[in-house]
Design a protein around this ligand. Structure first.
Ligand SMILES: Cc1ncc(COP(=O)(O)O)c(C=O)c1O
Length: 424
């Protein structure tokens, strides 16, 4: 008789819970809900991008395009990225040394934590925060140190989320090694001002911190001039690992191609992991993204009205976010107008009466989001999922997060649900 095979997993994954996406993606599928939960467009991908990939894949004799390419990134892609970011950061970004291509921004973030954080090192995370930062820091053996932004009860604009800098500085200890900044911000839709970023830069300098600047929504701003990239601030390139995403830039999240950009010494540990982990990312998609940037970048600079990254993308986002804000208001919610990105928060307190909370121990927004999905067939994400500490989750559970980058038919379906809710 064989004994049960029951090996113990590595300590680093013990107690690790399913992410918010697991529960709410499944819930949306189960209830066949209109899905404004997860952050991806459900409309056709931009044709000029898919055409480029079609061209590459139609050429089997373009031999190199279909084989392994340079480990740290296809030279076509690192060249155009270096050109773009040299301009955007106003420094010399070396295509061969300062760029690392990864499997999406997720992957670049993970490398950054794994490459720089030792057991016991502390990482300051401004919350609410994209939910993978904290688990990734823990996988690296580090200690995430969250600091919550504040927002007035009756907020109407994402700009009203602010950092208490004194409080942030008070959390810095001699173990603090890193600060994570996400701008434009998920889930609030906030775009940090120059003043706010300069304050963070001052703190980073004073305490000698490495900065992770997650800027995957850098092209999703209403006006391209309003995006201040952290690495462009005086002296900051040298201490910043900037993270970008082709999936977000070109609205093709399934392509999963991203990058880390920074000075050679900051990228070296990320490269050390990459060469023994993934070694190299998909060649045809790197080539296609390189080509897409080569087409769009000159327009971004000189003919912004013709550029997808300068105005095409933001035009769509502005129109859709206005539409969703209007629908939410009609439905009795209080939307918080975003300044950038894919997402909008909305206060749902007018609908609280719909749910019996007496037996619930989870934050109220989880209960509300589950109810909205199962009973009304509208999938959204509870805001408190973007906090890592239970007490902060319980304090910040007045909102739901909705993704407005959805095709008109999806938004119209959501409109019908919201309109009905508004009358209840
Ligand atoms: C703030 C933020 N960072 C990183 C990512 C991951 O991007 P990618 O799909 O390129 O891995 C996302 C995706 O939603 C995000 O919202």
């Amino acid at each position: 008789m064989s004994s049960a095979f029951n090996p113990a997993p590595a300590d680093r994954v013990v107690g690790h819970e399913d992410s918010i996406w697991m529960e709410f993606t499944k819930l949306a599928q189960t209830h066949q809900a209109v899905n404004l939960g997860q952050g991806f467009p459900d409309s056709p991908a931009p044709k000029f991008i898919t055409d480029i990939l079609k061209d590459i894949s139609a050429k089997p004799d373009l031999t190199a395009a279909h084989q392994y390419t340079r480990g740290y990134g296809h030279p076509e892609l690192t060249n155009i990225l270096s050109k773009m970011y040299s301009h955007l950061y106003n420094v010399n970004v070396s295509p061969m040394n300062d760029v690392l291509i990864t499997v999406g921004a997720y992957h670049a973030l993970y490398y950054a934590f794994l490459g720089w954080i030792n057991p016991g090192d502390e990482v300051i995370i401004i919350e609410p925060a994209f939910d993978c930062y904290s688990p990734q820091v823990k996988f690296a053996g580090g200690i995430p140190v969250p600091i919550s932004m504040t927002v007035p009860e009756d907020a109407f604009s994402a700009s009203q989320f602010t950092i208490d800098f004194k409080n942030l500085e008070a959390k810095i200890s001699d173990k603090t090694k890193m600060l994570v900044i996400n701008n434009p911000h998920n889930p609030t839709g906030k775009l940090f001002t120059r003043q706010e970023l300069e304050k963070l830069a001052e703190i980073a300098e004073k305490h000698n911190l490495i900065v992770i600047a997650d800027e995957v929504y850098e092209f999703h701003v209403w006006k391209k001039e309003d995006m201040i990239r952290f690495a462009s601030l005086r002296g900051m390139y040298n201490r910043t690992i900037s993270i970008g995403s082709a999936g977000k830039a070109f609205s093709i999240t399934g392509w999963k191609l991203g990058w880390a950009i920074g000075p050679q010494n900051l990228l070296a540990p990320l490269k050390a992991i990459h060469q023994n982990c993934v070694f190299t990312c998909s060649s045809p998609t790197q080539l296609a993204i390189a080509e897409a940037f080569k087409i769009d970048w000159p327009k971004f600079l000189k003919k912004p009205k013709e550029s997808y990254l300068a105005t095409g993308l933001s035009g769509e986002l502005i129109q859709k976010s206005n539409k969703l804000a209007h629908m939410l208001a009609k439905g009795g919610f209080r939307p918080i107008a975003p300044q950038a990105g894919y997402f909008m928060l909305a206060n749902y307190s007018n609908h609280n009466h719909n749910i019996d909370m007496s037996q619930e121990t989870d934050p109220a927004d989880f209960v509300f989001a589950r109810w909205l999905c199962s009973e009304k067939k509208l999938a959204v994400i509870p805001f408190s999922a973007f906090y890592s500490i239970q007490t902060e989750k319980m304090k910040n559970c007045n909102f739901i997060r909705l993704c407005y980058f959805k095709k008109d038919a999806t938004l119209t379906d959501a409109k019908k649900i919201l309109k009905k809710l508004g009358k209840e």
